[in-house]
Design a protein around this ligand. Structure first.
Ligand SMILES: C[S@@+](CC[C@H](N)C(=O)[O-])C[C@H]1O[C@@H](n2cnc3c(N)ncnc32)[C@H](O)[C@@H]1O
Length: 428
C-alpha cells in the first residue's frame, strides 16, 4: 500500500488539482482554508512566473475609459481571498456541469483572467476530457504570458480556443461562436472602479439565448443604521439596483433605465438616531452560490455617516460609467441658510437667542465657521444655555453630533433641564 504524498510534495499540476478539489468539497467559511489558497498561489507563481508576494507598487494598472484594470500583482492577490475564490469556483463548476449535461460543446469566455486564471483553469484540469472550449482574455501582457505557461503545464491546451491580450470591452471572437458562459470578476464593492458593467454590456451580445453571465447577478441595497447607543434595529431600504443579463442587454441598446433612480426613505424614522447609510453588495455567482455582506472585499459596505436625512425624502442615485465607474448619491438633507435668524426669532420656548445658537451650531457642524462667526456672541450664548443647566460645550457637541432639527434641540434643552432638576430634587 502506498501512503499519499502530503500536498506540499506534489508536482504543481497535482497540487493545483488537489487543492482545487479541497475548495470544491469543503463548506465555505469566512477565515478558513487560507492555507489552501496560499499553496495554490505559490504553485501558480512557480509555473506562471508571477508571484503575489511582489510589491504591488512596482507594477502599473491600466486605466481604461471604462475603469481600472488592476495590475498583475493585485490581481494575483485576489486568489487568496479564499471565500471569494472558493464560491466562484463552486458556482462555475456547477454551471459547467449543467451546461455539459445539455450541450455537445460548452463555449466559455473568461474576461480578466489575472495571471492565474484561477476561477476556471483548475476546473478544466479536473475535467480534461470534457468538451469545453475557452477563450481567455486579459489586458495585461504579463498575465496572458503567465496564463500561457499555466495552460501548457496543466495540459489543457486542447480546451483553449485562444489566449488574448485585449480589452474585453471591445474584444470580438474570431469565429461566430455563441458563448454558453461569460465569466468576469472585474468589480469592487458597489461596482466601483473596475469595468465589470462595461465588460458585461459588451460581451452579452456573444451570449447564447440560454447563456449565463457569471456572476449571474449583482444586487445593491441600502440600509439605515442607527447609532449603536440607540439600541434600535437596522431599517432595510431594499434593493435599488441589480446588474444582470437583462440590464446589460438594454444598456447595450442605449437604454440607461435602471442606472438612475430613487431610494425612498420611510415617512417616519428618527433622523437623529439614524444618520448612517450603508450600501451593500450581494453577488449571486450561480444558483445557491452567493457572496453576501462582509464575506469578502467585494461585499464591503460603502458607508455615509453623519447624514441628517429627511423622513419621506428620496435619495437619488446615478451610476456613472466613466474611467472611474461609480454610484453617485444625492441625499435629502437639510441645507442651512447662511443667514443667521434674528435673536428675537422664537420657537416653542419663549427665550430669545435659542434659534440663533442652534442655527450657528449647525453651520459650525458643516464646517461653515465663517458664516457662523459673530464676535462676542459666545458670552451671550453661554449665559443663555446656563438657563437650561447646559454648558456651551455640551450644547455645541450635541448639535454637531446629532444634527437635531430646531424642534428636537428645544425638546433636548427642556429634557436636560428637567432631568437635572429632578436629579437635584431627588438628592435633596
Ligand atoms: C480582479 S482581477 C481577477 C483575476 C482573476 N480572474 C481572479 O478572479 O482571481 C481582474 C482582472 O481583469 C483584468 N481586466 C480588467 N479590465 C479588463 C478589460 N477591460 N479587458 C481585459 N482584462 C481586464 C485585469 O487585468 C485583472 O487581471
Amino acid at each position: 500500500m502506498t501512503t499519499p504524498k502530503p500536498l506540499g510534495q506534489l508536482t504543481p499540476k497535482a497540487g493545483i488539482i488537489a487543492n482545487t478539489k479541497l475548495l470544491l468539497n469543503r463548506d465555505c467559511n469566512i477565515g478558513r482554508d487560507h492555507e489552501i489558497t496560499r499553496e495554490l498561489s505559490q504553485l501558480y507563481a512557480k509555473v506562471g512566473g508571477i508571484s503575489s508576494d511582489e510589491n504591488i507598487n512596482d507594477w502599473d494598472n491600466v486605466e481604461l475609459d471604462s475603469g481600472v484594470a488592476i495590475n498583475p500583482i493585485q490581481a494575483a492577490k485576489c486568489l487568496e481571498e479564499t471565500l471569494r475564490t472558493q464560491m466562484f469556483i463552486k458556482g462555475i463548476y456547477q454551471c459547467l456541469l449543467e451546461k455539459l449535461s445539455q450541450k455537445h460543446t460548452v463555449n466559455v469566455v473568461y474576461a480578466g483572467t489575472g495571471p492565474y486564471g484561477c476561477l476556471l483553469l483548475p476546473l478544466l484540469a479536473l475535467m480534461p476530457n470534457a468538451p469545453i472550449r475557452v477563450s481567455l482574455i486579459d489586458i495585461h501582457k504579463d498575465n496572458t504570458e503567465s496564463i500561457q505557461r499555466i495552460v501548457e503545464h496543466l495540459g489543457i491546451g486542447h480546451q483553449i480556443t485562444s489566449i488574448e491580450c485585449a480589452d474585453a470591452t471591445t474584444w470580438s471572437p474570431k469565429s461566430s461562436v455563441q458563448f454558453d458562459i461569460v465569466i468576469s470578476e472585474t468589480m469592487t464593492a458597489l461596482l466601483g472602479r473596475e469595468p465589470q458593467v462595461a465588460i458585461f454590456a459588451h460581451l452579452q451580445q456573444f451570449l447564447a439565448d440560454d447563456g449565463v453571465l457569471i456572476p449571474k447577478k449583482v444586487s445593491l441595497s441600502a440600509v439605515l443604521v442607527p447609532y449603536e447607543s440607540a439600541n434600535l434595529p437596522d431599517i432595510p431600504l431594499g434593493q435599488f439596483f441589480e446588474l444582470n443579463r437583462e440590464l446589460v442587454r438594454s444598456l447595450a441598446k442605449g437604454h440607461q433605465d435602471g442606472f438612475t433612480g430613487e431610494i425612498v426613505l420611510p415617512r417616519s424614522f428618527s433622523s437623529i438616531d439614524y444618520q448612517h447609510l450603508s450600501f451593500r453588495t450581494d453577488i449571486q455567482i450561480y444558483r445557491a452560490h452567493w457572496l453576501t455582506f462582509g464575506q469578502c472585499s467585494l461585499n464591503l459596505s460603502i458607508d455615509y455617516a453623519g447624514l441628517k436625512l429627511e423622513p419621506g425624502g428620496s435619495i437619488k442615485f446615478c451610476y456613472r460609467m466613466t474611467a472611474l465607474p461609480k454610484f453617485e448619491f444625492t441625499f435629502p438633507v437639510e441645507s442651512m441658510s447662511s443667514v443667521l435668524p434674528e435673536k428675537t426669532e422664537l420657537g416653542a420656548i419663549a427665550v430669545q437667542g435659542i434659534k440663533r445658537f442652534w442655527h450657528r451650531a449647525r453651520l459650525i457642524r458643516d464646517g461653515r465657521h465663517g458664516e457662523a462667526f459673530v464676535e462676542r456672541e459666545i458670552l451671550t450664548d453661554i449665559a443663555l444655555l446656563e438657563k437650561f443647566d447646559v454648558s456651551y460645550h455640551l450644547a455645541l457637541s450635541y448639535v454637531c453630533e446629532y444634527q437635531p432639527s430646531f424642534d428636537e434641540f428645544e425638546a433636548w434643552l427642556l429634557y436636560t433641564k428637567e432631568s437635572n432638576s429632578s436629579f437635584l430634587t431627588s438628592r435633596a
